[in-house]
Design a protein around this ligand. Structure first.
Ligand code: SF4
Length: 257
């Protein structure tokens, strides 16, 4: 079995060790239009509303603050990669500053771990100071955001703004989740100075839709030119396979020594 097949067989989110959700729920209502016209909903929304309803009694658009989960990372002694908002967007406009600060304080304390933060509300990143073990990331725009269809121009503007913001954020690792790779994003990432990128195909339930080969080639060329580590999600068909992590991973694990 090759790496790609192994990766595809893994359960959960391949690029992290744990998920941690002291904040839950999201009002961004992301939707993706697939090449066959079908519409995929956010995976977290699917989980909250169809699998884990007991934990989301007011639906996924409700904001849940779970302070009882705050200390979870402190109990994990072995260094781990922890995705800190897999069931929400920590930078969502509805999340109070104090809650975000409490989450970041735990990251400061749990310095043995690397915390992976991902947002679609990049401008809010500028309000906070991130400890070196928080990887600050943005995700590629969906087809529909907060109830509105995003045109190609609007998606491109959103990516440009995300990259502009990331350049101004002080973080050891700045990264982007390009999942799905659904257009030729490469020209927008020239000189983006990302340390890490995760690339995946479009999916709707069990069905996946591969990006055009030239989009993959183009984005790899741009990322390689700036030494960005690349991690392929198991749903993408590509060779040679890559599952790289940012070099700063080692630095962030050693943080504070
Ligand atoms: S921002 Fe993330 S959690 Fe929120 S709806 Fe979009 S994909 Fe789902």
């Amino acid at each position: 079995m090759n790496k790609q097949q192994k990766s595809a067989q893994r359960r959960g989110i391949e690029w992290t060790d744990y998920t941690w959700n002291p904040v839950g729920g999201c009002k961004h209502a992301c939707r993706w239009e697939m090449p066959d016209g079908s519409i995929a909903i956010c995976y977290a929304e699917h989980v909250a509303e169809r699998v884990a309803q007991a934990a989301y009694p007011h639906g996924f658009e409700h904001h849940y603050w779970r302070p009882e989960l705050l200390e979870e990372p402190l109990k994990l002694k072995e260094p781990a990669k922890i995705f800190l908002d897999s069931m929400s967007d920590l930078m969502g406009h509805w999340v109070p500053d104090e809650q975000i600060e409490q989450v970041l304080d735990i990251a400061r304390e749990a310095r043995q771990h690397s915390f992976q933060l991902l947002t679609k509300n990049a401008p809010r990143l500028l309000q906070f100071e991130f400890p070196p073990n928080v990887w600050v990331g943005v995700s590629a725009p969906p087809s529909f955001f907060m109830g509105r269809r995003l045109s190609e121009q609007q998606q491109a503007r959103m990516v440009r703004r995300q990259i502009e913001v990331l350049r101004d954020v002080k973080a050891a690792v700045r990264w982007m989740s390009i999942e799905p790779l659904s257009f030729d994003i490469a020209p927008l990432l020239v000189d983006s100075d990302l340390q890490w990128a995760v690339i995946g195909a479009a999916t709707n339930g069990p069905k996946s839709y591969q990006p055009r080969p030239e989009w993959v080639v183009n984005v790899l060329d741009v990322l390689d030119a700036q030494n960005t580590a690349v991690f392929f999600k198991g749903n993408i068909e590509w060779s040679p396979w890559r599952e790289e992590f940012p070099a700063a991973l080692v630095a962030s694990v050693a943080y504070g020594k």
